[in-house]
Ligand binder design. Sequence first.
Ligand SMILES: NC(=O)c1ccc[n+]([C@@H]2O[C@H](COP(=O)([O-])OP(=O)(O)OC[C@H]3O[C@@H](n4cnc5c(N)ncnc54)[C@H](O)[C@@H]3O)[C@@H](O)[C@H]2O)c1
Length: 335
Amino acid sequence: MTVLITGGLGFIGSHTVVDLIEQGYDCVILDNLSRTTIDVLEKIELIVQRKIPFMKVNMLESQALRNVFTQYDITSVIHFAGFKSVGESVQNPLVYYQTNLISTLNLIDIMQEFDVKKLVFSSSATVYGDLHIPPLREDLPLKALNPYGRTKLILEEILCDLVSSDNSWSIALMRYFNPIGAHKTGLLGELPFGIPNNLMPHLLKVAIGETSKLQIFGGDYDTEDGSCIRDFIHIMDLASGHVRALDYLKKNAGCEAFNLGTGIGYSVLKLIDTFKEVTGIKVPFEIANRREGDIVVSIADVTKAETLLGWKAKYNLSDMCEDAWNWELNRKRGE
Ligand SMILES: NC(=O)c1ccc[n+]([C@@H]2O[C@H](COP(=O)([O-])OP(=O)(O)OC[C@H]3O[C@@H](n4cnc5c(N)ncnc54)[C@H](O)[C@@H]3O)[C@@H](O)[C@H]2O)c1
């Protein structure tokens, strides 16, 4: 079983490669290095203590992508490559439509050509929009609130159409909640590339002294402390969800969506508090205006992943803060 990992040097991809190798899978990594660096490959190899094939490929170039399938005997694909910042997608929608949509269309076209029909796709909890009261179940109606979310929603629909037209495909749509944390070694974590959209890279920058204050968007929501509530999940739990999904696809055809979260919501202020408890660092913050399009409460219903994938998150919020901080310290030392 050789698994192609697109975007495999990114945040989620790199941690997933480590888990896959540890679970006995062979991996080929593909990335165009637009949002990461080649050093990540060295770090992965240091952790797993072996060389991993890597190809620098832009997925928008279909011939280059085809070469990967010619060169390696790929049996399944986990597709992480793409852009992920909501704010950036609002400023540059066409770049997002091009990158996220075309790269995926090229991929499934070439997978079809090589008769590779097992795909794990990176979707997002953003596809639930603002329609529902959590916990969010996979069978709820979906809605996109911005161009980034629309790319995920459109791609989910395209992939399900593909399965409807040809039932030899097996596709898992992984809807991530809020991945944070880092690998235990501190060698892998989230690189703050582009305009960071996620909270933790900002929090770490303030904690390490590179920025003076963290901005919290909205302090007057109808929640216990006024800040938004999120289902934070440790990146290694998220990674293991992909390994379980691949195992599932070996035995099951069809197109299935799975939430990857803990099923527990914590407020943004609670995260800052926990970070202080774990690291001793008080992160200065200010309450800024609400950010347009932010959902107040986002929490996963994880029953489906537990039942069908036999997967459950095992790390808690303190683990997430501890590992994220360890990664930040390590990254700073390496600069
Ligand atoms: N991190 C999150 O909070 C989150 C939440 C929900 C969904 N997702 C989705 O998960 C996936 C991975 O996210 P991540 O956090 O690891 O992001 P990331 O930016 O760290 O990784 C994405 C990788 O894809 C690569 N890439 C981008 N365009 C490419 C192209 N045209 N050809 C080849 N490689 C390309 C980048 O260089 C990068 O290494 C994305 O599809 C993202 O939308 C992420």
